[in-house]
Design a protein around this ligand. Structure first.
Ligand SMILES: *Cc1c(COP(=O)(O)O)cnc(C)c1O
Length: 388
């Protein structure tokens, strides 16, 4: 009999030879921002997006009681019978937190981006997308069938030129991460919002890494730049700083009504368990009640970036709690990651396709639970850039 899957062996072998093969580890501890047990070994954890350090603490006694009352599986699409009162309450609180008319919960942030962009845009339309946007934006662009024009990362002049050169009468959408997931820099949203306005384009900002961390109220990069009103579609996730799970979109009521009818990733997927919505509600309360978490996180991140800069590592201009240590070669990146693991630090090496070819990096992700002494030990373990 022919082995019709043998081509997969070749593909995996190619990945291995290019230093791009991933293997799945088993996490043997609860998700805590600062500490993790992987494959039986304990590390200081610099690979988590649990920026406010709440993922390990969200499930309270109250939730366990709730679980007994509401059970687990939602049973159906939210449009059929899957949306429960806690889902509705979380949507209401999300809209209140974000200062918008309405919110819609998606199964994940990935589904929120891909489904929203595919619903808003069609084959006669044009999307302008930052070169380093998250895969869920890229996949949304592909699914939509719209013409997608990629502008150089955070390059407002390039975006302006491309907008000016586009004569198509169809809809226009500018899509960008607010805070870039691997490079840890903020998009210049003030200037991008101006361009969107001038060119009659819709503006979508993915706040996945900025929600709970940036902005006076923790609403993200749009709030940080003071352009919330100019961002028509704000996408977020409950799975990062909010320590829970699930994606969301916030905006005008008509946008939310439209997405509930048109976003296929919304209604062709079963709603998440209501218990998860209960943890989302608690996370929003923590973000509101404990602003010191985001302030301390960002202050420590700035100190650590300063320290890395002093060790010869180039740092982003508009930096954040995500700190890239740029290496370039994937093999060298993974060797430095392995060396750090030997010293007890889990710092993920990021390779294509998560970053473009030749731009592999170590991604240091900080949480509020990392104290200054631990950060000093990390900086010493990383050492100067030239040591590679
Ligand atoms: C993680 C991430 C998402 C997806 O969110 P999930 O809820 O994990 O699916 C979307 N956009 C960006 C920029 C991300 O980093």
């Amino acid at each position: 009999m022919r082995d019709v899957l043998s081509w997969i062996d070749d593909d995996l072998q190619q990945l291995r030879q290019a230093d791009l093969l991933r293997t799945l580890a088993v996490r043997e501890s609860p998700q805590r921002g600062e500490r993790i047990v992987l494959n039986g070994r304990e590390y200081a954890n610099f690979g988590s997006n649990d920026y406010l350090g709440i993922a390990g603490t969200l499930l309270t006694e109250a939730h366990l009681i709730t679980a007994r009352e509401i059970g687990w599986g939602a049973g159906a699409s939210p449009l059929v019978t899957g949306r429960g009162s806690l889902h509705a309450a979380l949507e209401q609180q999300l809209a209140k937190f974000e200062g918008t008319a309405a919110a819609l919960l998606f199964p994940t942030g990935y589904a929120a981006n891909s489904g929203t962009i595919a619903a808003l845009m069609g084959k006669d339309d044009t999307i302008f997308s930052d070169a380093l946007n998250h895969a869920s934006i890229i996949d949304g662009c592909r699914l939509s069938g719209a013409k997608t024009i990629v502008y150089r990362h955070c390059d407002v002049d390039h975006l302006r030129e491309l907008l000016a050169a586009t004569k198509s009468p169809g809809r226009k959408l500018i899509a960008t991460d607010g805070l870039f997931s691997m490079d840890g820099d903020l998009a210049p949203l003030d200037r991008i919002a101006e361009l969107a306005e001038q060119h009659g384009a819709m503006l979508l900002v993915d706040e996945a890494h900025a929600t709970g961390v940036f902005g006076e109220n923790g609403r993200g990069a749009s709030e940080h730049f003071g352009v919330e009103r100019a961002v028509h579609i704000r996408v977020g996730t409950l799975s990062k700083a909010l320590g829970s799970h699930g994606g969301f979109v916030v905006g005008e009521q008509r946008l939310i009504d439209f997405l509930a009818n048109r976003a296929r990733s919304y209604f062709f997927s079963t709603a998440g368990p209501e218990l998860v919505a209960a943890t989302g509600l608690e996370a929003l309360k923590i973000v509101h009640d404990q602003p010191q978490r985001r302030h301390e996180l960002l202050a420590r991140a700035e100190q650590l970036r300063e320290q890395f800069r002093a060790q010869g590592w180039p740092m982003p201009e508009r930096g954040s709690q995500i700190i890239p240590l740029r290496i370039g070669d994937p093999g060298e990146t993974m060797r430095r990651a392995a060396k750090l693991r030997e010293l007890g630090f889990l710092v993920p090496g990021i390779r294509p396709p998560s970053v473009p070819a030749g731009q592999s990096l170590l991604r240091v992700s900080l949480t509020w639970r990392h104290d200054e002494a631990l950060l000093a030990r990390l900086a010493a373990a990383v050492g100067p850039k030239t040591a590679s």
